[in-house]
Design a protein around this ligand. Structure first.
Ligand SMILES: O=C(O)CCC(=O)N[C@@H](CCC(=O)O)C(=O)O
Ligand SMILES: [Zn+2]
Length: 336
């Protein structure tokens, strides 16, 4: 296999490849751009006009998505997968991946849409670099832009695989993209309703891509991901890359559960208390009247919404950051 197909090995070793560009037997050009960043370009005659950004390892301990990108890249480097799309592979936080930690000093996925400018340290620099790499990749005119930012969650989940769909004023969420996610094995989608500082929101808001954060199961160390079944996603990604996706029918959304954000729980101070068991699963339902959280100055988060559920509860985040999202079921009536 070509050396550049071993992007994960290079990244884990903190090594720069001697040769920055290589051609596969299929005439596919692979170009190393920076640590954990590799562009794949099909021969011009085969290019179908899709620019696909695949990122993983924005959180260094979320290894199933990193292993998935590693397999896809190996397949392309060997000529077993023949791309018709341009692809940018990104391993988000190499230092944290090497340490097997979610982050080193601060969460890279809270540093996008300009947030890195108000911060310092290696993770702020990396968020800036990721924005630059994505902006340069998505700078070609008249092409379709798609970004999947792949994650696994800290805790178990009543709904194992789901997507978060960013929001932008005046832009409607796409039914076609939701159908594609359903075909890729996603069981639910959270339709966001305000701007955010995560990577997928940056590429959606600033770069015009269709962008999603995908949650694929529970985070485990390298080599221990047998419990994370991402076969449907892997198959779909290969089809997207090779430009031979089966057509999506009108019934394609069947079974996909849609949610919207009722409230984000923001931790304001060290006094923040979250009244949930440590092992609570994502999508657990909370009853009306339940006292979910308390914070400084008698702030109390009481459930008012029928059918409310919690995702990503985490009282250990830094002050000012999201300590959970309260979500409620929604319908498909506002989709484009
Ligand atoms: O399990 C958790 O608490 C977090 C899992 C995770 O890393 N999720 C992403 C979601 C990003 C988004 O809101 O689109 C994150 O928290 O960064
Ligand atoms: Zn993550």
């Amino acid at each position: 296999m070509l050396a550049l197909g071993k992007l994960l090995e290079l990244t884990l070793a903190g090594r720069e490849p001697a040769e920055k560009t290589q051609l596969t037997v299929e005439g596919v050009r692979m170009r190393w751009l920076s640590e954990g960043a590799l562009e794949v370009r099909p021969p011009e005659a085969r290019d179908n006009g899709l620019d696909l950004l695949l990122s993983a390892g924005i959180h260094g301990n979320e290894t199933a998505p990193i292993e998935l990108l590693d397999r896809l890249l190996h397949d392309i480097a060997r000529g077993d997968v023949k791309p018709r799309a341009r692809i940018l592979f990104l391993f988000g936080n190499p230092e944290a991946i090497r340490k097997g930690e979610r982050f080193v000093e601060q969460d890279v996925n809270r540093l996008f849409n300009g947030r890195h400018e108000q911060s310092s340290g290696s993770e702020a620099l990396r968020a800036c670099e990721l924005e630059r790499l994505a902006a340069s990749f998505f700078s070609l005119p008249d092409r379709n832009r798609l970004h999947y930012d792949l994650h696994t969650a800290i805790r178990g989940s009543k709904i194992e695989q789901f997507a978060l769909y960013p929001w932008k004023e005046g832009r409607q969420h796409s039914r076609q993209e939701l159908a594609r996610l359903r075909a890729a094995g996603m069981e639910a989608v959270l339709l966001q309703n305000k701007p955010s500082i995560v990577f997928s929101s940056y590429t959606y808001d600033k770069l015009g891509a269709e962008s999603f954060t995908l949650e694929l199961g529970k985070a485990r160390p390298f080599g221990q991901n047998d419990g994370v079944n991402i076969d449907l996603l892997e198959t779909r990604l290969k089809q997207i890359i090779e430009g031979n996706e089966p057509p999506l029918t009108d019934a394609a959304l069947d079974g996909l559960q849609l949610f919207s954000v009722a409230r984000e729980i923001i931790k304001h101070s060290d006094s923040f208390r979250l009244n949930l068991p440590a092992d609570i699963e994502n999508f657990s339902e909370l009853e009306v009247g339940y006292l979910l959280a308390e914070d400084i100055a008698q702030t109390r988060w009481i459930i008012e919404e029928e059918g409310a559920r919690i995702i990503f509860p985490n009282p250990r985040v830094k002050n000012g950051l999201r300590a959970g999202i309260l979500i409620v079921p929604t319908t498909d009536e506002n989709l484009a």
